[in-house]
Write a new protein. Sequence first.
Length: 277
Amino acid sequence: MNVDQFLHSRMQRYVAYRVIVIAILCAFSWGAYSLYSTEIPSEVEHPVDLSVTPESQPAEVPNAGLIVDESELDFGEVWETNFFPWTVTLRNSTSEDVEIGDFRNFCSCTIRPQSLTVPAGGSADVEFRFNLTPRNPSIRDQLRTHKWPLIPTNIDGHPGTHPGWQVTGTSRRALRLRSYYEEYSLTRSDVREARPMSFLVWPLVPLSSLTATTDMDVGTIQIDEFVDDHSTQYRVSIIPSVSKLTDDFRTRLTLRATTAAKDVSEVDMWVNGYLVN
């Protein structure tokens, strides 16, 4: 064997070894890829849905499924009064009875009933008595906007609160007072001589009449209209009766104002009298 034949034979063996090594490496790489691809799923082809809400945590239904017609949440524009009645009907949109243990009161009002059960698919009424008078009766504003939340609590034995609803409306004032409370210290002589207990009322709109009544008979009520500083005023007087006032008294005086358009506004105030020697 000459040198050329020896080198040629050696080259053939070298090439054969390289082919065998490359084949082994390719086979190993393909096996490893096959094993990896079967054990670990592709995130692109098989995404995991994490947005499913567990059955143990269902979404909470607002107000336990109770609904109120929007028209019942706005009483419009009315004249001011201490006792404005308004009714809201709660309708049950579920197939189960809903029991309300209480209402959270944010308004100058009374709510009846305080607890009730709204039957499945049925309805129940909630009655209000709103006080539409301002805290300061001497203000001159004629229109006042009211926004009162109606929040049911302790639903079906659970003490938590719900979003509830909001009752809105506007009241128009007819009278301006100095105070909702008038106090007088009277001597026996004042009563015997029928000295009047008087206070002033200013109309905020043109009136056709102003009347007053008390919830107990303490004497005679007298109303005088006069003009002072180019404005109309009313002097309301209670003339005590010696036969009826034998002790201290507290009476509710209701002022009833009839406007020029025949609309009526009623405002209550308290008159306290203290008899001294």
